[in-house]
Every structure is written in C-alpha cells, then in structure tokens.
Design a protein around this ligand. Structure first.
Ligand code: NDP
Ligand code: F7E
Length: 323
C-alpha cells in the first residue's frame, strides 16, 4: 500500500490530481490517500507541518498547495505571495524529508523564466535574466522550491521532482473578479454581460500579450506521469542542477483572441474593448515542452472544448465555486 499526501487537495490542481488517484484506487491500485484542508493544517506553520508529517509518515508527497492568483493579485499582495509560498515549500519539503519521505512532486510555474526569455522557453533559461515585475516575488518563491528539491536530492539522495505548469484553467478554478487568472475572470465577466444584456465587455491591458493555456485534467495527468516515471528514466532526461520539467499545451493565443473565444462560448455578441491602464505582464511565455514530449506525454484537451466544459462547470457550480 502506497500512502500519498496531496497538499492542496481542495484547489483546482490538487482536486484534479485527487480525482485521478481516486480513479486508480477504484481500479484496484493499492493507494492510501491522505489530505488536510487549509483550516485543519496551515502549511505555513512549521511545527504543525512537522507534527503532521511525523504522525502520518507518507510514502509520497504531492505539493499542489500555494498562494495562487492572477496578475492583479500578484501585483497587489507581493508580500503574501513570497512569504506564504516560501514557507509552504520550506515546511513541506523539509518536514517530508525529516519524516523519511523519499519521493515528492511539487508544482512551480512558467513565471520562473526571465521576462525576455527566448520563445519557446526551455528549462535551461532559468536564472538567465530579470523576471517579470508583476509576479517576481511569487516567481522567486517558486524558484526556491525547485532549488530546495535539487538540494535535498544532491545532499540526501532523495527523489524530489518539480513540474512547471503553464497557465492553467478548468473545473474548480477561482472565478473572483479581481484576484483570479484571465480565463476564469473572462468566463465570469462575459457570462454576466450576456445575462445582463450589456453591449460592451472590457478586458485588462492591451489584449496583445500571448498566453498558453492547459486544462487542469491534462495538468493532473502530466503530474502523475512525471511522478510515475522510473527514477533512471527521470534522471536520464534531467540534470541534477536543472531538474524541473515544463508542462504545457505547445501553443499560445493572444488575450484578445481568448476573449473572442470566451464571448463565443458564453453567447456574448457585443463589443470587446481593452483597458491599457491595466498591466499586460509578460508579453509572451510559451513553454518549450520538448523534454516532456520526448518522455512520452502530450496534452489532449483542446482550448475551445476546455473552455466550453469549464463554462458548463461554472454554470452548474455557481453557488459553490470560488467567486
Ligand atoms: N492556476 C494556474 O494557472 C497555475 C497554477 N500553478 C501552480 O499549481 C499549484 C496549484 O494551483 P491551483 O490549484 O491553481 O491553486 P488553488 O488556489 O486552486 O489551490 C491551492 C490550494 O492550496 C491551499 N493552500 C494555500 N495556502 C495554504 C496554506 N497556508 N496551508 C494549507 N493549504 C493552503 C488552498 O487552500 P485555501 O483555498 O483554503 O487557501 C488551495 O486549496 C500551485 O503551486 C500553483 O502555483 C502554476 C501555474 C499556473
Ligand atoms: C499563471 C500565472 O499567472 C500570472 O501571470 P499572468 O499570466 O500575467 O496572469 P493572468 O492570467 O492574471 O493575466 C494574463 C493576461 O490577461 C490579461 N487580462 C485581461 N483581462 C483580464 C482579467 O479580467 N483578469 C486577469 N487576471 N487578467 C486579464 C492580463 O492583463 C494579462 O495580460 C502570474 O502572476 C502568476 O500567478 C502565474 O504564474
């Protein structure tokens, strides 16, 4: 029986990973899944995380808990983004090690790469230039997470792996009007405009930045794919000082094109305008996914289908969704 702790199991990604592991259980896999809500275990609390890890002694840890938000939240609450993420990573990774956990997977983000990184961004562009200012504190914490894993691997011979997701979306997302990422924000704004018969919807920034989107079910599948890789295979495809793996869909679109897609899915027929007083952030951050592709994984859910499914989820779960 393998005992797996999923940190952040009520979040969008952690929830999708939990669903896929439960499906494996239902098919007879010998898995024991353990989790704690944020209220039950605050991962920024070192002593609480130590006591939890010592009491549970999981075999595997999946770290999908983090302080997460879109461009406005990152820009407005930088202290929370750097402090909470550093604490969560340091506590979970160190206390997992102290409790004898030899296998761990943590999630970073595509914002770890320099603002001016050549496109598509390969893993080895890490730490080659200045970061995007709107999310530098969050990115620094995410880079620290990668380096924590690499350092424990090098010094202690454990097997801690890192995946770097592109922009994610899907069921369970946060639809808050200000603090969410662009896709859930636009789904909500276009839905409400259609419902209220508005003639115009305004999107933030110039509409020209490009983003690469990946459905959360693809992300959960990629995370488990990387976690399941035999160590020899993982090691053969990575470097001890550069051990993270990009996860993306392989293509990007402009924010204006994204808005047009969301308008179509939600049935909005009015005008789309831009608000250049809001930040654009990075102009482009397309992931180079050749490393993961060579290992044998590729995304399956197309953007239009994914938005359609997410919109239906939003309509059906409006009362309980994070809005
Ligand atoms: N969403 C995206 O577009 C992207 C996400 N990622 C990364 O993927 C991972 C998962 O993100 P996602 O699922 O979208 O985020 P969510 O916000 O949906 O989920 C994060 C989860 O972490 C929990 N959490 C936060 N702080 C604490 C804490 N101090 N103690 C315990 N639990 C805590 C949250 O609980 P609660 O809500 O109760 O606080 C929530 O359940 C993160 O590492 C994120 O950085 C990377 C790239 C893109
Ligand atoms: C995943 C990634 O997410 C964050 O980076 P980001 O990609 O810039 O995030 P975003 O999804 O919030 O915005 C994408 C683009 O879209 C534009 N945009 C238009 N209209 C809305 C809008 O209504 N809301 C939002 N949020 N953005 C909008 C917005 O101006 C920007 O040009 C990181 O901080 C960090 O957390 C991280 O790793």
């Amino acid at each position: 029986m393998t005992k797996i702790y999923i940190a952040g199991h009520r979040g969008m990604v952690g929830g999708a990973i939990l669903r896929q592991l439960e499906a494996r259980q239902a098919q007879g896999a010998a898995l024991e899944l353990i989790n704690r809500t944020h209220a039950e275990l605050d991962l920024t609390d070192q002593a609480a995380v130590r006591d939890f890890m010592q009491a549970e002694k999981p075999d595997v840890v999946i770290l999908a808990a983090a302080k997460v938000g879109g461009i406005h939240a990152n820009n407005t609450y930088p202290a929370e983004f750097i402090y909470e993420n550093l604490m969560i990573e340091a506590n979970v990774i160190h206390q997992a090690f102290a409790a004898g956990v030899t296998k761990l997977l943590q999630l970073g983000s595509s914002c770890i790469y320099p603002k001016a990184a050549p496109q598509p961004m390969a893993e080895d562009t890490l730490l080659t230039g200045p970061l995007e200012p709107t999310n530098e504190p969050y990115a620094i914490a995410k880079i620290a997470g990668i380096k924590l894993c690499e350092s424990y691997n090098r010094q202690h011979g454990v097997d801690y792996r890192s995946v770097m997701p592109t922009n994610l979306y899907g069921p369970g997302d946060n639809f808050h009007p200000q603090n969410s990422h662009v896709l859930p924000a636009l789904i909500r704004r276009f839905h409400e405009a259609t419902r209220d018969g508005l003639e115009e919807v305004t999107i933030w920034g110039t509409g020209t930045p490009r983003r690469e989107f990946l459905h959360v079910d693809d992300m959960a599948e990629a995370s488990l794919f990387v976690l399941d890789l035999p160590k020899a295979e993982y090691d053969a495809n990575t470097d001890p000082m550069l051990s993270h793996i990009n996860v993306g869909s392989g293509s990007d679109i402009s924010i204006l094109e994204l808005a047009q897609l969301v308008a179509q899915v939600t049935g909005f027929a009015g005008r789309i305008t831009t608000d250049p007083s809001k930040p654009d952030g990075t102009m482009r951050k397309l992931m180079d996914i050749s490393r993961l592709k060579a290992m044998g994984w590729q995304a399956r859910i197309g953007l239009e289908d994914g938005i359609d499914e997410t919109y239906r989820w939003f309509l059906e779960n409006h009362d309980t969704a994070r809005t």
